[in-house]
Ligand binder design. Sequence first.
Ligand code: NDP
Length: 450
Amino acid sequence: MQHIHDTLASLQRTSPAQKEFYQAVEEVLSSLTPVIESNPQYQEQAIIQRMVEPERQIIFRVPWVNDAGHVQVNKGYRIEFNSALGPYKGGLRFHPSVNASIIKFLGFEQIFKNALTGLPIGGGKGGSNFDPKGKSDGEIMRFCQSFMNEMYRHIGPVTDVPAGDIGVGAREIGYMFGQYKRLTGRYEGVFTGKSLLWGGSLGRKEATGYGTVYFAECILNDRQDTLKGKKCLVSGAGNVAIYAIEKLYHIGALPVTCSDSRGAIYHEKGIDLELLKQLKEVQRGSLEEYLITYPEAVYIPVGDYPKDGHAVWRNQADAAFPCATQNELTLADAQALISNGCQLICEGANMPTTQEAANAIVDAKIAYGPAKAANAGGVATSQLEMAQNASMQNWTFEKVDAHLKTIMETIFTSANEASKEFGQPGNLVLGANIAGFRKVADAMIEQGVV
Ligand code: NDP
């Protein structure tokens, strides 16, 4: 439709060289034609043109001193994308690949994901091109403090509430929260994903991985099927992957792979979860060390991956859970999965499938849980953490987990209903985009041209 073409052309002119951002915008807009045609106000009020432009983009210098006494400089970002439904909410990513395009794609996705949860949270994202790998604790702390020296003035419990993402876990959040407290003198719920010792929520660490598996189970149950007994491929070895693997075991499935930025493990009898946690959560080392305990497992280094994709997806399995990073599942990977009999692909990471791969999966009509619906459990539980902080209460793990499960079921139902209403039953890519968009667009219209 013309408006998609015009919007993308305009973005390419006004925000050049942001390919991941254009990809995310195109993916959402290509689902929206029927809903935009159904309500003339969306065009009259220039909703699309307003939605693709962040309300505010903060880009700043992060100077810090390394252990050798040398001054280092990184770039910091906070994109406050849309506050129609609530305070900006979305994680911080510390990874050398971070740039404005990556943060804007993540922030844009976050708007619709947060809307789908049904909770009062707007969309934002931030981070830095800082690489935490190989840095000492002292260096991480000094970087986090410097990052916060600028960020503190833009965030707050009712304005913008960041959380973790790739490279930002409890340690980094602790250092940033400490500096926020020192600068403002306020002890308040300005971050989520905090330590359980000082304001964190039970169940937050597990939420994204568990939620992705709950969502997958919703899709399969709707097709009179279940994950129980299914052989599953998982990519990643971080927060999302580890807890997706844990929940797959709870449900009675068999996760046989995981991967990190250096390579992939295939273990026929099932990934040893405790060993994986030890290697990645405690030692923060390479997955190759998995072979010391299990020499019979197969390790494929990145250099030996297929030229057109990722080693994990070339194994035969019933279900696939990409849980590492963006564009990690290519068209060739999707074709391999489908022809090997895979019945479900459910996204734990953000935008892990390329646009061509996503189209092939939709066309094959296998069960497909798109990221903005399937991995929304993390941010939903962050909002539960905010609710606990605001009411000065601590909920039990069981209570948080029960809320998470209900929220994932509700997201599935609203995406599934929207897919039926717009004539493509079971197409959850279309359903999630439309259901998320409508909530934000209607709120924007009611709040006037701001
Ligand atoms: P972590 O940093 O905990 O783990 C990321 C994992 O992916 C690591 O195993 C890392 O390898 C690997 N990885 C990172 N970048 C690359 C790359 N370019 N190529 C290959 N492998 C890579 O992050 P999370 O688990 O928190 O996040 C994973 C994904 O899930 C991201 O897309 C994130 O945006 C998304 N997400 C996370 C949420 C959360 O609550 N944490 C919520 C919703 C979405 P290595 O170990 O070598 O670093």
